[in-house]
Design a protein around this ligand. Sequence first.
Ligand code: SAH
Length: 224
Amino acid sequence: MSNQLNLNGIGMTSRRTRERLLGRLVEQGIVNMQVLDVIRSTPRHIFLDEALSHRAYEDVALPIGHGQTISQPYVVARMTEIASNSGRLDSVLEIGTGCGYQTAVISKIAKKVYTIERIKPLLERAKKNLKLLGIRNVEYRHEDGSLGWEEKAPFDAIITTAAPQTIPDELYQQLSPEGGSLVIPVGGDNQQDLKHIVRSGQKIHTENLGSVRFVPLLTGQVQT
Ligand code: SAH
């Protein structure tokens, strides 16, 4: 199959199936047109193993191996919408690259994206996927990202796609003091609260956005 055909999708990954997903996101309250356009134009099926690619445009999280998942499209849309509502996105940090779906989406809205993944084969897969999509404004790091990426701070937004029990202080410190925005699930294994934190100088404003379910943010890195 040529890359072109592969990117456009066929059958269950066709344009019509993708439009149905868009309709669902709108029904659930996603209003940012730029975010909706990016989700529409990002082929989610290329991020999945072939055996699961027919389910790519269902609004569900799906397994990607190594005990990890690709995020649910609604959650990616919501997190991206929240991050982009806070104004300029010159520099964004993502913690938990996985197969790179959220990375691809935010890379179309932000000038520069820094992304960290602790499982090496997943990071390599994400690099391959984003290369296939021609995305070049992303810098990758194989590391435990729970303490952020200090050398590249401050960030206009930090998106964490794995859940810590409590928010590490380092993440607050790496937010831009002029309205830097942290979107992060916080809590135990089965259910967490999605939080939106905005920094203004040394002040922090926290908003609770409801329950979500992410994989846990773990410490240490994995080579294989
Ligand atoms: N952003 C992905 C979601 C991947 S699931 C998407 O769009 O589909 C979350 C990812 O976070 C997993 O790949 C997991 O390995 C990674 N992760 C967990 N703890 C981490 C840590 N401390 N540092 C970096 N990545 C971490």
